[in-house]
Write a protein that binds this ligand. Structure first.
Ligand SMILES: Nc1ncnc2c1ncn2[C@@H]1O[C@H](COP(=O)(O)OP(=O)(O)OP(=O)(O)O)[C@@H](O)[C@H]1O
Ligand SMILES: [Mg+2]
Length: 284
């Protein structure tokens, strides 16, 4: 029998045979995915392949028709009350393409409101933590600004700090640089890179292939609701075993195609304005 030290730790996030349909459309067709504590796992794949749907399953927002989803031992596919949903969402941070900061609150208050209201932290200590986190994302000087006064890259860094303020077990990043001007993408990637280096467990959906290769421990390639291939980032990017992965990577790294897709993503992002359901209980 292996000793406690040599026994592998269970995955923090574990999906097995997850099937999910919207009406008659099957969107996830048997997803298996593992994220271990401290890992950065990236999901890549064409538009509509189910990447965001996988992330929303991990938050408990979407329930699969078949399969199991475990997040640190909690069955996210079986939550039966709003209280359990909130409990899970406290532990799983989510950063969106469209930042979704609360526009009527200052940057500082964006970071303070949920820890006070949802975690019951006292306001003074929540503020102290908020300042530390703003320091970490290099925006301490913007504590009293409002989201509308910040650049896209600055707003996205506030959104990351807001997720961190809840001290989550893991953070999901869904195309968080897709709506940004190219010159602010780097500052957001730097913040994520530092989080990964600090050991934060992260699941990323991104079109920044070089960044994905650099930060990820494991990469999953999805197409039409299935995981076509997964493995260590270096292997998947440099020696993909499946021809579909090879084809996708060739297209994803072609500069002309990249520009065209980036514009499409920015347009789709601009069209989405509603507050994501993930923030439903955290908003005021
Ligand atoms: N709430 C919903 N109702 C019906 N269909 C949905 C819903 N959400 C997603 N879909 C469909 O499920 C499929 C997968 O969507 P998903 O958003 O997971 O794709 P994605 O890989 O994240 O794509 P993108 O790269 O464009 O963000 C798509 O065909 C999409 O239209
Ligand atoms: Mg998506």
């Amino acid at each position: 029998m292996p000793s406690a030290e040599s026994r592998p730790a269970p995955a923090l996030v574990r999906l097995r045979d997850v099937h999910l349909s919207f009406g008659a459309s099957p969107v996830l067709k048997g997803i298996d995915l593992d994220v271990f504590r401290g890992q950065a796992v990236t999901i890549i794949g064409p538009s509509g392949s189910g990447k965001s749907t996988i992330l929303r399953c991990i938050t408990g927002l979407l329930r699969p028709q078949r399969g199991t989803i475990e997040v640190d031992g909690t069955r996210a596919d079986l939550l039966s009350s709003e209280r359990d949903e909130i409990e899970l969402r406290k532990r799983v941070g989510f950063v969106f393409q469209q930042y979704n900061l609360f526009p009527h609150l200052s940057v500082l208050d964006n970071l303070v409101v949920a820890p006070v209201r949802i975690l019951g932290r006292d306001k003074a200590s929540a503020k102290r933590t908020a300042y530390e986190l703003l320091e970490k994302v290099r925006l301490a000087d913007k504590a009293h600004a409002y989201p509308g006064q910040l650049s896209g890259g600055q707003q996205q860094r506030v959104a990351i700090a807001r997720a961190l303020a809840m001290q989550p077990d893991l953070i999901l990043f869904d195309e968080v640089t897709s709506a940004l001007d190219p010159e602010t993408v780097g500052e957001v990637l730097t913040v994520i890179r530092e989080l990964v280096r600090d050991g934060m467990t992260c699941v990323l959906v991104t079109h920044e292939m070089r960044f994905a290769e650099e930060v990820s421990d494991a990469v999953y390639f999805t197409e039409s609701g299935v995981i076509v291939e997964h493995g260590p980032a270096n292997r998947v990017f440099h020696a993909p075993a499946n021809p579909r992965t090879r084809e996708f990577l060739a297209r994803a790294t072609d500069p002309a195609q990249r520009a065209q897709h980036a514009q499409g993503r920015a347009d789709r992002a601009a069209a989405r304005t509603a507050l994501p359901l993930e923030l439903r209980n955290f908003a005021i």
